[in-house]
Ligand binder design. Structure first.
Ligand SMILES: [Zn+2]
Length: 445
């Protein structure tokens, strides 16, 4: 296997100190070594060499929650109230999108992710096109295939539908080279407490535990959800009653409800968690439940501010997610990181937390831990996959650079990403996406 050296003004391994005038030795799809450029050139005289200049090289960003298939609906549903927003979104998706449209929509999401320096995507998907789009794109990812059904008697049918989609994914992955298949996993996602019956939660959890499937779920996202679980009131309670769907409120928090149903035994990825309270935290810690923090989506809906500080203080595993572009409206994880930093500083009236370096970890190594991929990605370390990105810090909006980490968190944006690499393969070279035909895509979306 041929070796190559990529050099940069700054190399940020994330799990060790930043390296000025650093370089990375890449051996095919893996990282061989990081260090100072002069030392590595001397140690590997036969390796090909490329100096990327005034950029920071860092691990590819990890988006722990999105819905790529919704990318084509950006800006289409600006209804500010949460429950009516969901209804409009479901209706529009069904009316406007054929399966081919959903595939293109997911492709658009992949293109935006790659251009934003995201190399791993945890996606919750309803249609089956997202896996295909991810395969084409070269991204690493997990597709959490969704199941829905608020009425208890829909549970078996919902699981049967889920199984069909899961089998289709398995067959598809069996037909691609092992290397490509190894970048993708399929999991299960019972959608949310207002769209999933207790019976469906139980069936989905058994399926996850018996088949060692990763599970993700939207939970503790809104006050409306809290009201439904407390006494059946609020927008979601009204909506279920209008459809004559029986729901017995557990009169507890979402986390206590999920625990009581046995769902937390699967140590799921819990998406949002805005209304998680003090009494929920021991349950999350004990079960190893992981969290996807999506501050911009939560803010746009006025859901509130998730207690990232407390989660991290308790040692919970947390990553950063954008959610879909229908509620964000962007997959720019650098923008999400800056918003996250400023939001929590303002909310807690404390300028000392979070530090920029903590938020860089949140969208790299912590994201990898959240998705149980930290043995492969999330930092620049020997033996890990060569998933890395270059961020140009030479622009007038980022220079001068006294500290590349604060420059990235407080000044840079997705537009400054000039290279995205997954498994040693360049997916974006600063001008073009090399895997998906953007011109064709933009004629459709
Ligand atoms: Zn979501």
């Amino acid at each position: 296997m041929s070796l190559s050296i990529l050099a940069a003004r700054w190399v940020l391994p994330v799990t060790s100190d930043s390296i000025d005038h650093g370089a990375i030795v890449i051996d095919g799809s893996h990282i061989r070594e990081t260090g100072r450029v002069d030392q590595l050139r001397a140690a590997y005289p036969d390796a090909s060499f490329r100096d990327l200049g005034e950029v920071a090289l860092l691990p590819g960003l990890i988006n722990v929650h999105t819905h790529l298939e919704l990318s084509g609906l950006r800006g289409r549903v600006e209804e500010p109230r949460f429950q009516p927003w969901i209804v409009q979104l479901i209706t529009l998706k069904a009316e406007l999108f054929t399966p081919a449209d959903l595939l293109d929509s997911a492709r658009l999401g992949c293109v935006e992710a790659i251009r934003s320096g995201i190399t791993t995507v945890a996606d919750t998907a309803d249609a089956i096109g997202t896996l295909e789009a991810l395969l084409e794109s070269g991204l690493r990812g997990i597709v959490y295939q969704e199941c829905f059904g608020p009425a208890a008697d829909q549970a078996e049918a919902a699981i049967a539908t889920w199984r069909e989609k899961f089998e289709a994914h398995r067959e598809r992955l069996a037909k691609v080279p092992v290397e490509a298949a190894s970048r993708l996993r399929v999991g299960i996602s019972p959608h949310a407490p207002y769209s999933v019956s207790d019976r469906l939660y139980r069936l989905a959890t058994s399926l996850a535990l018996e088949n060692d499937l990763d599970m993700a779920l939207h939970a503790a996202e809104s006050i409306a959800e809290q009201l439904l679980l407390h006494d059946g009131s609020g927008d979601f309670g009204d909506s279920l009653r209008r459809r004559a769907i029986e729901f017995t409120p557990p009169r507890s928090s979402t986390v206590a409800y999920l625990h009581q149903l046995g769902v937390l035994e699967a140590a799921p990825l819990l998406i949002h968690g805005v209304t998680i309270g003090e009494s929920d935290l021991p349950l999350l810690t004990r079960t190893g439940t992981r969290l996807a923090h999506c501050p911009k989506s939560n803010a746009k809906f006025g859901h509130g501010v998730a207690d990232l500080y407390e989660w991290q203080s308790r040692g919970l595993t947390v990553g950063l997610g954008t959610d879909s572009v229908v509620s964000n409206n962007s997959l720019d994880l650098l923008d999400e990181a800056r918003f996250c930093t400023l939001l929590h500083r303002a909310h807690r009236a404390d300028s000392t937390w979070p530090e920029a370096a903590e938020i860089l970890r949140l969208m790299t190594i912590d994201g990898a831990r959240t998705l149980r991929l930290d043995d492969q990605v999330g930092s620049l370390e020997p033996g890990k996959r060569a998933d890395l990105i270059a961020i140009d810090l030479s622009g007038p909006h980022t220079r001068p650079v006294y500290d590349p980490v604060t420059a990235i968190i407080f000044s840079a944006s997705a537009r400054d990403v000039v290279m995205t690499m997954v498994d040693g393969r360049i997916l974006y070279d600063g001008k073009n996406i090399l895997t998906i035909d953007e011109d064709r895509l933009h004629r459709h979306i």
